[in-house]
Ligand binder design. Structure first.
Ligand code: PLP
Length: 393
């Protein structure tokens, strides 16, 4: 028998972090590697946000805070939900955590018992199934195809629901597909959920602001306000304000579960870093123009990357609605290349032959695809596409 718990043996290390680490390793060994694996904006954290953190240090805001966040930050989160989403929350419905990742982790641990099913549409953010497994729950993955823009349909949701279904996870716009659900699509999903009042919904809005659809941002509860009592809205400052290293995420939802999540956090990390919280207050309350500037750059790169990928033989890429990811279908390339039978082998092949790091679609539950992060400059992206092009011809 192993010294390790069954819990830890159920899960795998984050594959996106693994690809990033492998690319860094090769680079350190002198190889010329372009890393398009990482899920973080390439921009520096805006100056006014950094300044708020420096002031927090100078002013002695360097001590424990309440577990679920300072009153100032909770208020900033409440104001953000009102301003951006028209959603009303009180302080006992908000929990600030060490990144969006911990928000979902707390939620899984606070809600799930052995055998509870969590519906997760694929392609999914790599961590959802593993966090559900850590919490003893059962991930129920719904596969999608490009025919439905890599989104689940209402019929698919209906068919997947069982008496054990406890939670549905939605992430729009999606990491890795870049696709966002339309209002009509959310309304159709809501129609199904109304028939199953025992199901809770987690909407992960981490990429809310990195979006260029005409409809603008929506989630399940902005479209179907009657689901408010059973929806958790997860969000954070990591992507919108280029603050991945600061580790601040937040959750809003029913007070009883938020309180339980806070209890779990109180016995694990306690409060998120006090200095990061001060920075997050500045991010949420401050001038929002920094967000728009980054989005303009992401959209420009998106347009280039999608067109360039579609020009490659055997590659087909849907345009994204937002995020900084493209999720092209490489199955034509996999079929054509000798010695490459799947996307994982293609990832290794591209790393070795092209010196480009992409994350295989299998990591997100959608084999045959590769995720390319365009959170890097246009020149680098052009060089990467050129290298991929050469390596696959
Ligand atoms: N949710 C999604 C969809 C993400 O892509 C990420 C980060 O990659 C997170 C949550 C977690 O972000 P954080 O860095 O705040 O933990």
């Amino acid at each position: 028998s192993s010294v390790l718990s069954q819990r830890v043996q159920r899960i795998k290390p984050s594959p996106t972090l693994a690809v990033t680490a492998r690319a860094a390793e090769l680079r350190a060994a002198g190889h010329d590697v372009i890393g398009l694996g990482a899920g973080e904006p390439d921009f520096d954290t805006p100056e006014h946000i950094k300044k708020a953190a420096i002031e927090a240090i100078s002013n002695g805001k360097t001590k424990y805070t309440p577990v679920g966040g300072t009153p100032e930050l909770k208020q900033a989160v409440i104001n953000k939900f009102k301003r951006d989403n028209g959603l009303d929350y009180s302080a006992d419905q908000i929990l600030v955590s060490c990144g969006g990742k911990q928000s979902f982790f707390n939620l899984a641990l606070a809600m799930l018992n052995a055998g509870d099913e969590v519906i997760i549409p694929a392609p999914y953010w790599v961590s959802y199934p593993d966090m559900v497994l850590v919490a003893n729950g059962t991930p129920v993955v719904l596969e999608t195809s490009t025919a439905t823009d890599l989104k689940i349909t209402a019929q698919q949701l209906e068919a997947a629901i069982t008496p054990k279904t406890k939670l549905l996870v939605l992430n729009s716009p999606s990491n890795p597909s870049g696709k966002a659900y339309t209002k009509a699509e959310f309304a159709a999903l809501a129609e199904v959920l109304r028939k199953h009042p025992q199901i809770y919904i987690a909407t992960d809005d981490m990429y809310e602001h990195i979006l260029w659809t005409d409809e603008g941002f929506n989630n399940i509860v902005t479209v179907a306000p009657d689901l408010y009592e059973r929806t958790f809205v997860l969000n954070g400052v990591s992507k919108a304000y280029s603050m991945t290293g600061w580790r601040i995420g937040y959750a809003a939802g029913p007070a009883d579960v938020i309180k339980a999540m806070s209890k779990i956090q109180s016995q694990s990390t306690s409060n998120p870093a006090s200095i990061s919280q001060a920075a997050a207050v500045a991010a949420l309350n401050g001038d929002q123009s920094c967000v728009g500037e980054m989005v303009v750059a992401f959209k420009q790169r998106h347009d280039y990357v999608v067109e360039a990928l579609n020009a490659l033989p055997g590659v087909s890429c849907l345009p994204s609605d937002g995020t900084f990811y493209a999720f092209p279908d490489f199955s034509g390339v996999i079929a054509a290349l000798d010695g490459v039978d799947n996307d994982i082998q293609l990832g290794e092949y591209l790393l070795e032959k092209a010196g480009v790091a992409l994350v295989p679609g299998s990591a997100f539950g959608t084999p045959g695809h590769m995720r390319l992060s365009y959170a890097t400059g246009l020149d680098t992206l052009k060089a990467a596409i050129e290298r991929i092009s050469k390596a696959i011809q």
